[in-house]
Design a protein around this ligand. Sequence first.
Ligand code: 3PG
Length: 306
Amino acid sequence: MKILVFTEKPFAPAAVKAIENVVNASGNDIEVVEGGTKEDLLKAVVGANALIVRSDKVDANVMDAGAPTLKVIVRAGAGYDNIDLEAATERGICVMNTPGQNSNAVAELVFGMMVMMVRNQYNGKSGSELKDKSLGIYAFGQVGRNVARIAKGFDMKIEALDVFVPDDVIKAEGVTPLHDVNELFSQNDFVSLHIPATPQTKGSIGYDLVTKMPKGGVLVNTARKEVIDEDGLIKALEERPDLRYVSDIKPDKAEEFEKKFADRVFFTPKKMGAQTAEANFNAGVAAAEQSVAYLKDGWNKFQVNK
Ligand code: 3PG
Protein backbone atom coordinates (compact mmCIF):
# COMPACT_ATOMS: atom_id res chain seq x y z
CA MET A 1 0.00 0.00 0.00
CA LYS A 2 1.10 3.57 -0.59
CA ILE A 3 1.83 6.16 2.09
CA LEU A 4 2.08 9.73 0.85
CA VAL A 5 4.00 12.27 2.91
CA PHE A 6 2.95 15.73 1.74
CA THR A 7 4.33 18.74 3.57
CA GLU A 8 4.49 22.30 2.30
CA LYS A 9 6.98 23.07 5.10
CA PRO A 10 9.74 20.47 4.79
CA PHE A 11 10.87 18.13 7.56
CA ALA A 12 14.58 17.95 8.41
CA PRO A 13 16.33 15.52 5.99
CA ALA A 14 17.12 13.07 8.83
CA ALA A 15 13.41 12.93 9.69
CA VAL A 16 12.48 12.15 6.08
CA LYS A 17 15.07 9.34 6.04
CA ALA A 18 13.66 7.92 9.28
CA ILE A 19 10.09 8.09 7.95
CA GLU A 20 11.19 6.28 4.78
CA ASN A 21 12.88 3.60 6.88
CA VAL A 22 9.72 2.97 8.91
CA VAL A 23 7.56 2.68 5.80
CA ASN A 24 10.06 0.56 3.84
CA ALA A 25 10.48 -1.83 6.78
CA SER A 26 6.70 -2.31 6.86
CA GLY A 27 6.64 -3.39 3.22
CA ASN A 28 4.54 -0.39 2.15
CA ASP A 29 5.52 2.12 -0.54
CA ILE A 30 6.30 5.74 0.20
CA GLU A 31 6.17 8.97 -1.78
CA VAL A 32 7.47 12.18 -0.25
CA VAL A 33 6.39 15.54 -1.71
CA GLU A 34 7.80 18.65 -0.03
CA GLY A 35 7.04 22.28 -0.76
CA GLY A 36 4.08 21.42 -3.00
CA THR A 37 0.90 23.38 -3.65
CA LYS A 38 -2.73 22.31 -3.16
CA GLU A 39 -2.78 21.33 -6.84
CA ASP A 40 0.24 19.09 -6.27
CA LEU A 41 -1.52 17.47 -3.32
CA LEU A 42 -4.64 16.77 -5.39
CA LYS A 43 -2.49 14.93 -7.92
CA ALA A 44 -0.18 13.14 -5.49
CA VAL A 45 -2.99 11.78 -3.29
CA VAL A 46 -4.49 9.74 -6.15
CA GLY A 47 -4.03 6.07 -5.23
CA ALA A 48 -2.59 6.78 -1.77
CA ASN A 49 -3.84 4.64 1.13
CA ALA A 50 -2.44 6.88 3.87
CA LEU A 51 -1.63 10.58 3.87
CA ILE A 52 0.80 12.25 6.28
CA VAL A 53 0.67 16.05 6.47
CA ARG A 54 1.66 18.92 8.76
CA SER A 55 -0.42 22.14 8.71
CA ASP A 56 -1.37 21.43 5.10
CA LYS A 57 -5.05 21.96 4.41
CA VAL A 58 -6.87 18.68 3.81
CA ASP A 59 -10.44 19.32 2.72
CA ALA A 60 -13.18 17.28 1.05
CA ASN A 61 -11.60 17.86 -2.40
CA VAL A 62 -8.36 16.24 -1.29
CA MET A 63 -10.26 13.33 0.26
CA ASP A 64 -12.31 12.85 -2.91
CA ALA A 65 -9.15 12.92 -5.00
CA GLY A 66 -7.78 10.14 -2.77
CA ALA A 67 -10.97 8.06 -2.98
CA PRO A 68 -11.53 5.18 -2.85
CA THR A 69 -8.07 4.14 -1.61
CA LEU A 70 -7.41 6.82 1.03
CA LYS A 71 -8.26 5.39 4.46
CA VAL A 72 -6.17 7.29 6.98
CA ILE A 73 -4.79 10.82 7.36
CA VAL A 74 -2.16 11.45 10.01
CA ARG A 75 -1.33 15.01 11.01
CA ALA A 76 2.33 14.89 12.07
CA GLY A 77 1.83 17.29 14.94
CA ALA A 78 -0.75 18.38 17.47
CA GLY A 79 -3.31 20.80 15.98
CA TYR A 80 -5.68 19.31 13.41
CA ASP A 81 -7.72 22.40 12.55
CA ASN A 82 -6.31 22.09 9.00
CA ILE A 83 -8.25 18.86 8.39
CA ASP A 84 -11.98 18.75 7.67
CA LEU A 85 -12.93 16.13 10.25
CA GLU A 86 -16.59 16.03 9.27
CA ALA A 87 -15.73 15.35 5.64
CA ALA A 88 -13.32 12.60 6.74
CA THR A 89 -15.94 10.96 8.95
CA GLU A 90 -18.52 11.09 6.17
CA ARG A 91 -16.05 9.29 3.90
CA GLY A 92 -15.01 6.71 6.50
CA ILE A 93 -11.47 8.11 6.72
CA CYS A 94 -9.66 7.92 10.06
CA VAL A 95 -7.83 11.11 11.11
CA MET A 96 -5.10 10.95 13.76
CA ASN A 97 -2.61 13.41 15.20
CA THR A 98 0.68 12.63 16.99
CA PRO A 99 0.16 14.20 20.41
CA GLY A 100 3.19 15.34 22.37
CA GLN A 101 5.77 14.65 19.68
CA ASN A 102 6.66 18.25 18.94
CA SER A 103 5.63 19.89 22.20
CA ASN A 104 9.09 20.52 23.65
CA ALA A 105 10.09 22.40 20.50
CA VAL A 106 7.09 24.71 20.80
CA ALA A 107 7.66 25.20 24.52
CA GLU A 108 11.31 26.14 24.00
CA LEU A 109 10.27 28.72 21.42
CA VAL A 110 7.95 30.33 23.98
CA PHE A 111 10.99 31.15 26.13
CA GLY A 112 13.04 32.28 23.16
CA MET A 113 10.24 34.69 22.32
CA MET A 114 9.72 35.90 25.89
CA VAL A 115 13.42 36.64 26.37
CA MET A 116 13.54 38.39 23.01
CA MET A 117 10.62 40.65 23.93
CA VAL A 118 11.86 41.61 27.41
CA ARG A 119 15.31 42.33 25.92
CA ASN A 120 13.68 44.72 23.46
CA GLN A 121 14.43 42.46 20.50
CA TYR A 122 18.14 42.81 21.27
CA ASN A 123 18.26 46.49 20.27
CA GLY A 124 20.80 47.42 22.94
CA LYS A 125 18.38 49.14 25.33
CA SER A 126 18.10 47.93 28.91
CA GLY A 127 15.44 45.26 29.29
CA SER A 128 14.25 42.95 32.04
CA GLU A 129 14.44 39.32 33.19
CA LEU A 130 12.01 36.43 33.45
CA LYS A 131 13.11 35.46 36.97
CA ASP A 132 10.40 36.08 39.61
CA LYS A 133 7.89 37.23 36.97
CA SER A 134 4.53 35.53 36.69
CA LEU A 135 3.47 33.35 33.78
CA GLY A 136 -0.10 32.36 32.95
CA ILE A 137 -0.41 29.26 30.78
CA TYR A 138 -3.67 29.08 28.85
CA ALA A 139 -4.38 25.36 28.32
CA PHE A 140 -2.40 22.71 30.13
CA GLY A 141 -1.92 20.10 27.41
CA GLN A 142 1.41 18.73 26.22
CA VAL A 143 2.85 22.10 25.23
CA GLY A 144 1.50 23.88 28.32
CA ARG A 145 3.10 21.27 30.58
CA ASN A 146 6.46 21.63 28.86
CA VAL A 147 6.19 25.40 29.23
CA ALA A 148 5.59 24.93 32.96
CA ARG A 149 8.59 22.60 33.25
CA ILE A 150 10.92 25.12 31.62
CA ALA A 151 9.41 28.11 33.48
CA LYS A 152 10.47 26.52 36.76
CA GLY A 153 14.09 26.71 35.58
CA PHE A 154 13.62 30.45 35.06
CA ASP A 155 12.21 30.80 38.61
CA MET A 156 8.89 32.12 37.37
CA LYS A 157 5.61 31.99 39.28
CA ILE A 158 3.27 29.83 37.24
CA GLU A 159 -0.50 29.67 36.93
CA ALA A 160 -2.54 27.67 34.44
CA LEU A 161 -6.11 27.51 33.23
CA ASP A 162 -7.55 24.46 31.53
CA VAL A 163 -11.20 23.50 31.93
CA PHE A 164 -10.44 19.95 30.79
CA VAL A 165 -7.60 19.25 33.24
CA PRO A 166 -8.31 18.52 36.92
CA ASP A 167 -6.70 20.84 39.48
CA ASP A 168 -4.62 18.06 41.04
CA VAL A 169 -2.92 17.36 37.69
CA ILE A 170 -1.94 21.03 37.42
CA LYS A 171 -0.88 21.21 41.09
CA ALA A 172 1.25 18.09 40.66
CA GLU A 173 3.43 20.12 38.28
CA GLY A 174 3.93 22.85 40.89
CA VAL A 175 1.53 25.15 39.06
CA THR A 176 -1.43 27.06 40.53
CA PRO A 177 -4.70 26.15 38.80
CA LEU A 178 -7.09 28.97 37.85
CA HIS A 179 -10.72 28.83 36.78
CA ASP A 180 -11.30 32.32 35.44
CA VAL A 181 -9.64 33.53 32.27
CA ASN A 182 -9.87 37.13 33.51
CA GLU A 183 -7.62 36.17 36.43
CA LEU A 184 -5.17 34.49 34.08
CA PHE A 185 -4.69 37.79 32.28
CA SER A 186 -4.92 40.18 35.25
CA GLN A 187 -2.50 38.22 37.46
CA ASN A 188 0.32 37.45 35.05
CA ASP A 189 3.17 39.43 33.50
CA PHE A 190 3.25 36.92 30.63
CA VAL A 191 0.35 34.96 29.18
CA SER A 192 1.23 32.06 26.88
CA LEU A 193 -1.57 30.72 24.69
CA HIS A 194 -1.86 26.98 24.04
CA ILE A 195 -5.54 26.65 23.21
CA PRO A 196 -6.54 24.98 19.95
CA ALA A 197 -8.46 26.90 17.26
CA THR A 198 -12.06 25.76 17.64
CA PRO A 199 -15.39 27.53 17.04
CA GLN A 200 -15.38 28.34 20.79
CA THR A 201 -11.84 29.76 20.95
CA LYS A 202 -11.61 31.60 17.62
CA GLY A 203 -11.39 35.36 18.19
CA SER A 204 -11.62 34.81 21.96
CA ILE A 205 -8.46 36.74 22.93
CA GLY A 206 -9.04 40.44 22.42
CA TYR A 207 -9.35 43.86 23.97
CA ASP A 208 -11.12 42.93 27.23
CA LEU A 209 -8.64 40.25 28.24
CA VAL A 210 -5.45 41.85 27.00
CA THR A 211 -6.13 45.19 28.72
CA LYS A 212 -6.43 43.30 32.01
CA MET A 213 -2.72 42.47 31.89
CA PRO A 214 -0.44 44.20 34.39
CA LYS A 215 1.93 46.98 33.29
CA GLY A 216 4.52 45.71 30.83
CA GLY A 217 2.52 42.56 30.04
CA VAL A 218 3.60 40.29 27.18
CA LEU A 219 1.15 38.10 25.28
CA VAL A 220 2.79 35.09 23.65
CA ASN A 221 0.96 33.17 20.94
CA THR A 222 2.48 29.92 19.74
CA ALA A 223 -1.00 28.44 19.26
CA ARG A 224 -3.02 29.69 16.28
CA LYS A 225 -3.56 33.17 14.84
CA GLU A 226 -7.30 32.49 14.68
CA VAL A 227 -7.71 32.59 18.47
CA ILE A 228 -6.90 36.32 18.42
CA ASP A 229 -9.45 39.07 17.82
CA GLU A 230 -6.96 41.19 15.88
CA ASP A 231 -8.98 44.42 15.94
CA GLY A 232 -9.42 44.08 19.70
CA LEU A 233 -5.73 43.42 20.21
CA ILE A 234 -4.76 46.40 18.05
CA LYS A 235 -7.06 48.61 20.13
CA ALA A 236 -5.53 47.25 23.34
CA LEU A 237 -1.97 47.92 22.12
CA GLU A 238 -2.98 51.44 21.05
CA GLU A 239 -4.36 52.25 24.49
CA ARG A 240 -1.61 50.52 26.41
CA PRO A 241 1.85 51.43 25.09
CA ASP A 242 3.39 49.19 27.75
CA LEU A 243 1.95 45.95 26.32
CA ARG A 244 3.70 43.66 23.84
CA TYR A 245 2.60 40.85 21.53
CA VAL A 246 4.76 38.09 20.11
CA SER A 247 3.38 35.41 17.85
CA ASP A 248 4.68 32.35 16.06
CA ILE A 249 2.77 33.18 12.91
CA LYS A 250 1.90 36.40 11.15
CA PRO A 251 -1.52 37.79 12.01
CA ASP A 252 -3.77 38.73 9.08
CA LYS A 253 -3.16 42.39 9.97
CA ALA A 254 0.61 41.98 10.42
CA GLU A 255 1.40 45.13 8.44
CA GLU A 256 -0.88 47.27 10.61
CA PHE A 257 0.57 45.77 13.81
CA GLU A 258 4.14 46.34 12.64
CA LYS A 259 3.46 49.87 11.41
CA LYS A 260 1.69 50.95 14.57
CA PHE A 261 3.66 49.12 17.24
CA ALA A 262 7.15 48.58 15.77
CA ASP A 263 9.31 46.81 18.35
CA ARG A 264 6.39 45.99 20.65
CA VAL A 265 5.39 43.16 18.31
CA PHE A 266 7.23 40.33 16.62
CA PHE A 267 5.95 37.65 14.24
CA THR A 268 7.66 34.68 12.65
CA PRO A 269 7.15 34.62 8.88
CA LYS A 270 6.13 30.95 8.99
CA LYS A 271 5.06 28.83 11.93
CA MET A 272 8.38 27.84 13.51
CA GLY A 273 7.35 26.25 16.82
CA ALA A 274 7.69 22.66 15.69
CA GLN A 275 10.39 23.36 13.14
CA THR A 276 13.32 21.56 14.78
CA ALA A 277 15.14 18.43 13.66
CA GLU A 278 14.04 16.69 16.86
CA ALA A 279 10.36 17.60 16.56
CA ASN A 280 10.34 16.72 12.84
CA PHE A 281 11.91 13.36 13.66
CA ASN A 282 9.57 12.56 16.55
CA ALA A 283 6.35 13.70 14.86
CA GLY A 284 7.33 12.30 11.45
CA VAL A 285 8.31 8.86 12.72
CA ALA A 286 5.21 8.68 14.95
CA ALA A 287 3.03 9.60 11.95
CA ALA A 288 4.71 6.93 9.82
CA GLU A 289 4.34 4.28 12.52
CA GLN A 290 0.70 5.22 13.11
CA SER A 291 -0.06 5.08 9.37
CA VAL A 292 1.59 1.68 9.05
CA ALA A 293 -0.27 0.36 12.11
CA TYR A 294 -3.60 1.63 10.83
CA LEU A 295 -3.10 0.07 7.40
CA LYS A 296 -2.02 -3.20 9.04
CA ASP A 297 -4.85 -3.74 11.50
CA GLY A 298 -6.87 -0.57 11.99
CA TRP A 299 -4.83 0.72 14.98
CA ASN A 300 -6.40 4.10 15.80
CA LYS A 301 -5.34 5.14 19.30
CA PHE A 302 -5.02 8.81 18.40
CA GLN A 303 -8.06 9.10 16.16
CA VAL A 304 -9.58 12.58 16.47
CA ASN A 305 -12.73 12.19 14.35
CA LYS A 306 -14.54 9.54 16.34
C1 3PG B 1 1.20 21.66 15.73
O1 3PG B 1 -0.02 21.86 15.79
O2 3PG B 1 1.68 20.52 15.86
C2 3PG B 1 2.14 22.80 15.53
O3 3PG B 1 1.44 23.99 15.32
C3 3PG B 1 3.15 22.58 14.43
O4 3PG B 1 2.66 22.73 13.13
P1 3PG B 1 3.60 22.47 11.88
O5 3PG B 1 3.79 21.00 11.72
O6 3PG B 1 2.87 23.05 10.71
O7 3PG B 1 4.90 23.15 12.10
